[in-house]
Ligand binder design. Structure first.
Ligand code: DAK
Length: 257
């Protein structure tokens, strides 16, 4: 597929997806949603890829859904086209996805970052759900994922006032895993992605699946699910290799089997 709104590159074991609508601060339109989801699916199928990075520009990860594209839409158009339902596809991606955020991550841009497995940010990052100032509300998880991460009070305050949160506060509240300088952010992110990709793919994917399950089930069900996956890992060659390598004081050579 000829990509118009993103650039993708495979760097060793990482698929790097760079949002590429810089003039509009990477505003998310329908085309971009389709291209991101289809690239993620491709990465998921590609045996070389062990981890995926989604990033934007220095000024903006993404400043939200494209206001110009949707302004004139009617309710029936939004409903019948099921506008932005394709974003749900991100939750079916089994390989880890890291959002690497500099500058603005607003509205749908903040929600896209929150759909990823974790967020690495530069000191310039600003997160927000400013939809309220446009006469709308968050629509791809902002009112759901954000409140589960930062709690009701802060999520309410952000969604009802549109206030932006800086990188330090985002790290303190758990939106962001780690902060780096602008200059080193992408290199640090690639190192982290390569580390993840160096481990057993089944182990990485089961760990991701298990953490995600915790958001959708009771603690006792979640613990049972985790234990079953843990037991299942003892059927993999990588479990034998990982434990043997430790005992033999050598590097593990995982084969994803
Ligand atoms: N959409 C379209 N264009 C945008 C944009 C956006 N979200 N954000 C920025 N741009 C464009 C600007 O219009 C401007 O274009 P030109 O005027 O040069 O043609 C260019 O990017 C540069 O922006 P600024 O000139 O405004 O740059 P500044 O540095 O002065 O300000 C800013 C940066 C990020 C503070 C500002 O651009 C801004 O406030 N942007 C809008 C932020 C925002 O309100 N974001 C939320 C968008 S609404 C749905 C689910 C979810 C959603 C929709 C539907 N369904 C389930 C159906 C999500 C909705 C949203 O995200």
């Amino acid at each position: 597929m000829q990509l118009e709104t993103i650039v993708t590159e495979i760097d060793e074991c990482i698929m790097l997806i760079t949002l590429n609508r810089h003039k509009t601060l990477n505003a998310l339109n329908q085309k971009m949603a389709e291209e991101i989801i289809s690239s993620l699916r491709e990465a998921d199928k590609n045996e070389e890829v062990g981890c995926i990075i989604i990033t934007g520009s220095e000024k903006a990860f993404a400043a939200g859904a494209d206001i110009k594209e949707m302004r004139e839409n009617s309710f029936s158009e939004m409903y019948q086209l099921d506008w932005f339902a394709q974003w749900d596809g991100i939750s079916q991606i089994r390989k880890p996805i890291i959002a690497v955020v500099s500058g603005y991550a607003l509205g749908g841009g903040c929600e896209l970052a929150l759909m990823c497995d974790f967020i690495l940010a530069s000191k310039t990052a600003k997160f927000g759900q400013p939809e309220i100032s446009l006469g709308i509300m968050p629509g791809i998880g902002g009112s759901q994922r954000l409140s589960r991460i930062i709690g009701k009070s802060k999520a309410m305050e952000m969604c009802l006032t549109g206030r932006l949160m800086d990188a330090d506060e985002a790290e303190k509240t758990g939106i962001v895993a780690r902060i780096f300088t602008q200059e080193t952010l992408l290199d640090e992110a690639k190192e982290i992605a390569k580390k993840i990709a160096s481990f057993s793919k089944p182990a990485v994917q089961m760990a991701k699946e298990s953490i995600n399950r915790s958001y959708e089930t009771s603690l006792s069900e979640g613990l049972r699910f985790e234990r079953r996956l843990f037991h299942a890992m003892f059927s993999t060659a990588d479990q034998k290799e990982g434990m043997s390598a430790f005992i033999e004081k050598r590097e593990a050579n995982f084969t994803n089997k």
